[in-house]
Structure formats: C-alpha cells, structure tokens
Design a binder for this molecule. Structure first.
Ligand SMILES: Cc1cc2nc3c(=O)[nH]c(=O)nc-3n(C[C@H](O)[C@H](O)[C@H](O)COP(=O)(O)OP(=O)(O)OC[C@H]3O[C@@H](n4cnc5c(N)ncnc54)[C@H](O)[C@@H]3O)c2cc1C
Length: 295
C-alpha cells in the first residue's frame, strides 16, 4: 500500500528536530523507519510531517562513562550486535540486538526507535527493563532522565511528549557476580517475538541477591514478572527454584491469540523461555560462563 501524503524535513541537530516535532501536530521522528514505514504503508500511522533524525551527528555511540554504559539512541542494531564493549561488559544487549529482525532490518533499525515505538513485542524493552536502564529525553526544555520502567504504561502509549526525542540509553555496568540472558521464540527468522524473555540475576554464593525477568510479546506493553522476581530473592538458584519462578512468571503475562500463536501456547512459552533465560543468567552470574564468552 501507499502511505498517506506527508511532509518531510531533515534535522541536523537535536534542537532542530525538537523544534520541528513541536511545529506541526502529528509530526513524527524518522529513525531507521523499520517500525514507522510499514505502519505508514498500511495507513496505521499517518504522520503529517516526518522529521528525519538520521543526519544528526553524535547520536550513535556505545561508551563506558565511569561505569555507566551510554548508548546513543541512533545506534543501529548491527552496531550493538558486534560491539566489543557490549560483548565483554553487557553481553545481553548485544544478544538482544542480534535476535531482532534480520540482517537487513538490523542494519538500519535503532535502539531508540525500538523503545520509542512502544510495542509490546519490543525485544530491547524486555532487556532494558531488567537491567534497570534510564532513558535520556531531549525536549523543548532541555534534557531529563526517566527510568525505562516509567516509560511503558498500561494504556500502551510510551510516556513521552510528541516533541521529545530519546537521545541516550544508560545502563549501570553489571557488577561481578551478575549475569543476564535473552531468549526469544519467533515463528521464523526475521519475525517479531511470539514471546521473548530477558532475565538478570546477581548471586551471592549461588543465592539470588537480585532478580529481573522481562517479558515481551505477551501484553500490550513489555513488562516485568515481579512476583517471580520476588520469589527468587534469597533462594539458591537451583533447578527447583528456577522452575517455580518460571511458572510464576506466566502469571504476569496476559497474552492474546493472533496469527503467531494462541494465548495458551504463549503462556507455556513464557514458562519455557523464562526457565532457559534464568539458567543462562545464573551460569553467567556464577562465573561458569564469562559475560563475553559464547555458550
Ligand atoms: C521485518 C521486520 C522485522 C522486525 N523484527 C523485530 C523484532 O524481532 N523485534 C523487535 O523488537 N522489533 C522488530 N521489528 C520492528 C522494528 O524493526 C523495530 O521496532 C526497530 O528497532 C525500530 O527502530 P527504527 O529505528 O526503525 O524506528 P522507526 O521506525 O524509525 O521509529 C519507530 C517509532 O519511534 C519514533 N522514534 C524513532 N526514534 C526516536 C527517538 N530517538 N526519539 C523519539 N522517537 C523516536 C518514530 O517517530 C516512530 O514512531 C521488525 C520490523 C521489521 C520490518
């Protein structure tokens, strides 16, 4: 299908993009276009003005600033997937990027666009939720930082003004004794998640000190399985505990049925993938598999 008519402007600075977004009701930023353009073709999105942010310099980077991993919003998934820094210090983000779409999509899709789209199937959101990431937003009044957990709200609309850009994602560098893993089920390579699960654990003598379980594809927004997370705290990360936590994680999911899968199948896959993700996170946390090593 052909998109409805729209105007197009190229921004060369963040300030200019913010000004353009605020200048016309219905204006939308254009990053990799992998979410927005298909929606426009189906006329499920009809922006009046596309503000192209691809030519703003310095929005694509991955760096360690005093123990905080800073990722520019325009960083492409292909760059995340191959980042040496991520592979050595926060492997789960590279792992998540590698699972998204196919190589053609990952060459252009951006981490900022993935979060801003606010889809329930957002792979990055599941992972960033369990890592407790912060988002740096730039709007007409300058920059401010919000926890990603407050960004996704129940009505499915990301909590962001129309004239605000996500400019950076910040993750506190995982400490020694912690590990995280991402698991995804898709109908075929390149498809969005039928179910995706991210798990993060920190262990103290194999006892769980903190736990995060993020789910995508099972509700209108990506969410955390808080009951299962609480259950894990203070327990040994053994088979019985992880199995029970995986069962509890299904209670957080509110999946629907669609062409990809039935609600019942999705619910069962939450259990299976949570178990796998927790085991892999526990292995990484206990040091049997170092963060950067392939399994
Ligand atoms: C074949 C295919 C497979 C896919 N597979 C997956 C998958 O496996 N997992 C998955 O999660 N997604 C998947 N997607 C969806 C899409 O690729 C991702 O959501 C992608 O990361 C979106 O990023 P983008 O840069 O292309 O965003 P765009 O499409 O450019 O933008 C998405 C939305 O965010 C807004 N936006 C973009 N950047 C910013 C910013 N910095 N600040 C504020 N607003 C912004 C735009 O206005 C738009 O509303 C797939 C898409 C395709 C076409």
């Amino acid at each position: 299908m052909i998109p409805a008519q729209f105007s197009y402007a190229v921004a060369t600075t963040v300030e200019e993009a913010v000004r353009l977004l605020g200048s016309t009701p219905g204006a939308r930023a254009l990053a990799g276009g992998q979410n927005l353009v298909p929606l426009m073709k189906r006329r499920a999105a009809t922006p009046s003005l596309l503000v192209d942010i691809n030519r703003i310099p310095d929005l694509a980077y991955i760096k360690d600033l005093d123990g905080v991993l800073c990722i520019g919003a325009m960083t492409r998934d292909a760059a995340l997937e191959s980042s040496v820094l991520l592979k050595s210090r926060c492997l789960v983000v590279a792992e998540t990027a590698a699972s998204l779409g196919d190589a053609l999509v990952r060459g252009v899709s951006t981490i900022g666009g993935n979060i801003a789209a606010g889809e329930g199937t957002s792979d990055h959101a599941a992972t960033l939720l369990v890592l407790g990431a912060d988002l740096v937003l730039h709007g007409p009044n300058g920059r401010h930082t919000v926890p990603i957990a407050s960004f996704f709200v129940n009505d499915g609309m990301p909590r962001r003004r129309d004239d605000e850009l996500i400019v950076e994602i910040r993750i506190r560098m995982p400490r020694v004794g912690s590990g995280a893993a991402f698991e995804k089920l898709a109908r075929r390579t390149g498809d969005s998640a039928t179910v995706a699960v991210a798990a993060a654990l920190s262990l103290n003598d194999l006892v769980v000190a903190s736990a995060g379980i993020g789910l995508a594809g099972v509700a209108p927004i990506p969410l955390r399985a808080t009951e299962a997370e609480q259950f894990l705290i203070g327990k040994r990360a053994d088979q019985a505990t992880i199995g029970e936590a995986a069962r509890l994680a299904t209670r957080a999911a509110a999946p629907g049925s669609d062409v990809r899968a039935s609600a019942e199948y999705r619910e069962d896959m939450v259990r299976v993938l949570t178990e796998r993700a927790l085991f892999r996170a526990a292995n990484r946390a206990s040091g049997s598999v170092a963060q950067g090593e392939a399994e």
